[in-house]
Design a protein around this ligand. Structure first.
Ligand SMILES: *[C@@H]1O[C@H](CO)[C@@H](O)[C@H](O)[C@H]1NC(C)=O
Ligand SMILES: *[C@@H]1O[C@H](CO)[C@@H](O)[C@H](O)[C@H]1NC(C)=O
Ligand SMILES: *[C@@H]1O[C@H](CO)[C@@H](O)[C@H](O)[C@H]1NC(C)=O
Ligand SMILES: *[C@@H]1O[C@H](CO)[C@@H](O)[C@H](O)[C@H]1NC(C)=O
Ligand SMILES: *[C@@H]1O[C@H](CO)[C@@H](O)[C@H](O)[C@H]1NC(C)=O
Ligand SMILES: *[C@@H]1O[C@H](CO)[C@@H](O)[C@H](O)[C@H]1NC(C)=O
Ligand SMILES: *[C@@H]1O[C@H](CO)[C@@H](O)[C@H](O)[C@H]1NC(C)=O
Ligand SMILES: *[C@@H]1O[C@H](CO)[C@@H](O)[C@H](O)[C@H]1NC(C)=O
Length: 824
């Protein structure tokens, strides 16, 4: 600006009226204000004026912050030109230019000149969004300038982070130099380049972190912050503008992304009238794997562990399995030979690599053939970038910045040499072989269990004779009768009367109580004939009628297996429903394994026997019995041990008794125990046989290590037993988890196999976990090839990070089953 123009404007300031009202959100031409006066948006959310960061020694700044909150600055006008002489004045001239003057009336900062046009009346206004605008006060209220076009370190809702291709404007956010110094710091976060649907964190021109690509509802690479009923985000692409933007649909929640002077990108929320401080919801780039290109070309970064090469590739330098050891990257097993049989191999669960290019004009089908034609096209994917259906994305040149990202359901197809495709076909064949092996073992087990079933039937027949003997004795005292099942082979279940059970259990006194489970307490008792029993007194009411209930109990009682606790009978009277089980003197597995003195009795051979026994029992429940029973609360305290330390599963089938068991169900009632519950069950109430498989995997690791998953402690990290095992597994040191009281010299191979199987069982996604039949084969056949496990679900959930239990209707103690009415 010419000094002449400036001085005439300065002269005109003499006639200014100092009209500053505290609640005004606008400033008119010829009005001015100084420190102490502010504009406040009409919704009382934002405030614009002078502020002094830190102790004020850095100077005076003009900016926007939240009204009535601890000073949280969201925008700074003169971030690189503080006023040092501690006096500042703001004025809007008649041409719509906003000025910041120092004491000597030098313009420290100003907005751009507005191109001349017809007459108009400019006005400065602080909008409800926090956007400061200069607009036409009359006419059609066109906005000429807005602070959202020049963001500071904060991304507010509705701010367009990205490009206006027309004017070459690029909106980026850039960190402060330090928390007291708003001047431009080292880090910037932007849509870069404009064609790529992803955000990058740069230090200077060096890429540090990449967020993306956008897939229609979230950025690949981070699971939190997907579009949800409160948080709506979009990536907008048209001929004029390309930007990322988000909005909050609930306006009682304030939110902001900020890029800290340290380069961390954090997302905060504040509930109006409720919060006392900003709530840090997520740090976007907190994972070591978020460091750009950590594992080099074609290397995949695994959180908690190390780099691995994409299959078909090998490391340039030999791996040492240390943390992220070969950033040199990976090379192809077979060189490409473009046009001579190259093809594509599909990979799942990856954060998509850097430098995505959208070929918007190709359909999904053409995507593959077009990529194949172009010899530098190394991969393609179909991604819903614009939210209007999937688009073809391709990668030209080597793939870099891959991260293992199990919750990303994105698939990428990577170009491979003909020879590699062949060997991958061989891999497929190998898998088929595994399948054949497991099918034959299943058949074997079926045959075996057929034999067992025959043996059981034989036993029952003989036992019934005994029972009839017992009955006649008992009927004299009138203490019980049989429930007779109409349709079947005369199977009878003793129906005890209430008085007998009360007497046997000493009126359910506390001293007789031996356990507490999800559906009620368990008491020890003794029948008049001297037989010891365990009685489960169910607290809950069945939704079925008495007859249905009885039938259901008969069905359960018919499940007989040497690894299941035997149901002897039941008692249904008035409000009471009780199940009578055989009593096992050695109590449950949890009394053994976590306790130092007794766990010495558990040699490796015994533990292995116990693991296989539980697997057999569970297999029987899942598929060998006529009913398909999902246990839903499998844990060490539900595994009882008989005199020879044979494991027996208890508490099965109770969900059925309450009429809630189906093959796979979404349930409002979550019954399970923290530490054993699979992610999909704990979070969404989805359960299936695979949620039992997850619990089984946890139990195996607990039996091997003598440690509780839930209360596991390690000085170096906050992982639970699963996470710890997974970390050691990736370092090839998994045997470190084995209980040191195990002295047998030769347990190693079996133990590593058990750990491997357990890790397969606790994988995050149910579809990745093996079925119990496969688990049993894996444990039994040492030559059977096992797939590599993926990261477990719930690596960190432990006593230090519990679930939100506020919604539960029964309080939760570590060992006790919890019952929650999840609000979904
Ligand atoms: C602002 O001041 C100038 C110079 O004194 C005057 O010409 C103009 O009319 C004033 N504008 C308004 C809107 O008061
Ligand atoms: C104010 O803060 C700056 C930087 O944090 C420091 O160097 C300075 O000594 C402080 N001044 C006073 C008066 O505390
Ligand atoms: C006021 O600002 C002008 C223009 O930036 C500058 O030349 C002048 O030195 C400043 N005065 C003081 C006292 O800082
Ligand atoms: C508003 O006014 C501006 C400037 O006079 C003009 O360019 C624009 O087309 C107008 N817009 C509408 C919607 O009338
Ligand atoms: C917050 O409190 C103020 C004053 O009590 C009230 O006017 C306003 O509606 C409240 N806002 C929300 C979102 O509850
Ligand atoms: C699609 O776009 C690419 C690159 O923008 C271009 O080379 C190609 O000719 C286009 N193809 C069609 C069928 O429009
Ligand atoms: C391959 O595609 C890229 C990106 O569209 C393009 O720049 C390059 O020229 C193409 N190469 C060939 C050989 O077509
Ligand atoms: C989806 O949106 C993009 C960007 O706006 C556009 O280029 C593309 O043609 C759209 N596709 C469909 C199928 O509508």
């Amino acid at each position: 600006m010419s000094t002449l123009l400036l001085s005439t404007f300065v002269c005109s300031l003499v006639s200014l009226v100092l009209q500053t009202s505290l609640s005004a959100d606008t400033l008119k031409p010829n009005q001015t204000f100084v420190e102490g006066f502010t504009l406040i948006s009409s919704n009382q959310r934002f405030e614009f004026g002078f502020f002094r960061p830190g102790n004020g020694s850095g100077g005076l700044y003009l900016g926007t912050w939240y009204h009535n909150l601890p000073l949280t600055v969201v925008w700074v006008a003169n971030r690189n030109n503080p006023i040092r002489d501690s006096f500042g004045q703001v004025a809007l001239d008649e041409k719509g230019v906003l000025f910041l003057f120092n004491r000597s009336m030098g313009a420290v900062w100003s907005t751009d000149k507005i191109p001349t046009m017809g007459s108009f009346t400019p006005v400065l206004q602080l909008l409800d969004t926090g956007n400061l605008v200069i607009r036409d006060d009359g006419g059609n209220r066109t906005i000429f300038w807005e602070s959202f076009d020049f963001p500071a370190d904060t991304l507010l809702p509705n701010l367009k982070l990205g490009w206006n291709l027309d004017g070459g404007l690029n909106r980026i956010i850039r960190s402060w130099k330090s928390i007291d110094d708003p001047s431009e710091g080292e880090y910037s976060f932007s849509l870069e380049p404009p064609e790529a649907p992803q955000l990058v964190l740069l230090s200077g021109s060096k890429k540090l972190f990449r967020w993306g690509p956008w897939d229609g509802s979230s950025f690949s690479g981070i699971t939190s912050l997907t579009t949800n009923p409160l948080f709506q985000a979009a990536y907008i692409y048209n001929s004029v503008e390309v930007y990322f933007q988000y909005e909050m649909l609930d306006d009682s929640i304030l939110s902001r992304f900020v890029i800290l002077p340290s380069g961390l990108i954090q997302y905060f929320t504040w509930r109006v009238n409720i919060s006392k401080e900003w709530n840090l919801l997520v740090t976007i780039n907190s994972d070591p794997c978020d460091n750009y290109g950590k594992c080099g070309n074609y290397g995949i970064c695994y959180t908690l562990s190390s780099c691995k090469c994409l299959s078909g590739f090998t490391p340039y330098s030999p791996p040492d399995w240390g943390l992220y050891s070969y950033s040199a990257g990976c090379k192809r097993g077979h060189e490409l030979n473009c046009g001579h049989g190259d093809g594509f191999v599909k990979y799942n669960a990856l954060k998509l690599p850097d430098n995505p290019i959208v070929w918007a004009n190709y359909t999904n089908h053409d995507c593959e053939s077009e990529c194949l034609k172009n010899c530098s096209c190394m991969a393609y994917a179909n991604v819903n970038v614009y939210g209007n259906g999937s688009s073809c994305i391709v990668w030209i040149g080597d793939l870099v910045d891959l991260k293992n990202y199990p919750s990303g359901r994105q698939q990428i197809y990577v170009r491979m040499a003909h020879a590699e495709l062949k060997s991958i076909k061989n891999v497929k064949r190998k898998h088929e072989r595994v399948k054949i092996v497991s099918v034959t073992t299943v058949i074997g087990i079926l045959l075996l269990s057929g034999g067992v079933a025959w043996y059981i039937r034989w036993l029952i027949r003989h036992r019934r004779k005994d029972q009839i003997g017992q009955t006649s004795k008992a009927q004299h005292s009138g203490s019980f009768q049989y429930i007779e099942e109409n349709q079947d082979s005369g199977f009878q279940l003793p129906l005890y009367d209430l008085e007998t059970i009360f007497l046997a259990c000493n009126n359910f006194s506390e001293t007789n109580k031996i356990g507490q489970g999800g559906f009620g307490s368990v008491y020890k008792g003794e029948l008049p004939n001297g037989q010891e029993i365990a009685v489960k007194r169910l607290v809950e009411k069945s939704i079925q009628g008495i007859e249905e209930l009885k039938n259901e109990i008969i069905l359960i009682a018919k499940l007989q297996h040497r690894n299941l606790v035997k149901l002897l009978g039941c008692c249904i009277e008035g409000e009471e429903t009780m199940l009578v089980y055989e009593y096992l003197p050695n109590k449950s597995l949890n009394n053994f394994i976590y306790d130092k003195p007794t766990r010495k009795q558990l040699t490796w051979t015994k533990r292995y026997h116990i693991i296989k026994g539980i697997a057999r029992g569970l297999l029987y429940l899942h598929q060998d019995s006529r009913l398909r029973i999902i246990h839903r609360d499998l844990k060490t305290s539900n595994i009882l041990l008989d005199g020879e330390l044979n494991p027996k599963i208890s508490d099965f089938g109770i969900a059925r008794i309450f009429g809630t068991d189906q093959m796979q169900e979404m349930t409002k009632r979550i019954i399970g125990t923290y530490g054993y519950m699979s992610p999909e069950y704990a979070m969404n109430g989805h359960y299936s046989v695979k949620s039992d498989v997850y619990s089984f995997g946890v139990i195996v690791l607990e039996v091997i290590s003598g440690q509780k998953n839930w209360s596991f402690h390690h000085p170096d990290h906050d992982l639970n037993l699963l996470g710890h095992t997974w970390m050691l597994w990736n370092k090839r040191q998994a045997l470190e988890i084995v209980d040191p009281t195990i002295q047998e010299p030769s347990y190693g191979n079996q133990a590593i196999r058990c750990i491997h199987v357990a890790l397969l069982c606790v994988q995050q996604y149910p579809e990745d976990r093996p079925k119990m039949s496969t688990v049993y084969s894996m444990l039994s056949y040492e030559n059977m090839e096992l797939p590599e496990p993926k990261e477990p679900g719930f690596c960190r959930e432990s006593h230090s990070r519990k679930f939100d239990t506020s919604a539960s209707d029964s309080s939760t103690v570590n060992e006790v089953t919890m019952t929650t009415l999840a609000g979904r």
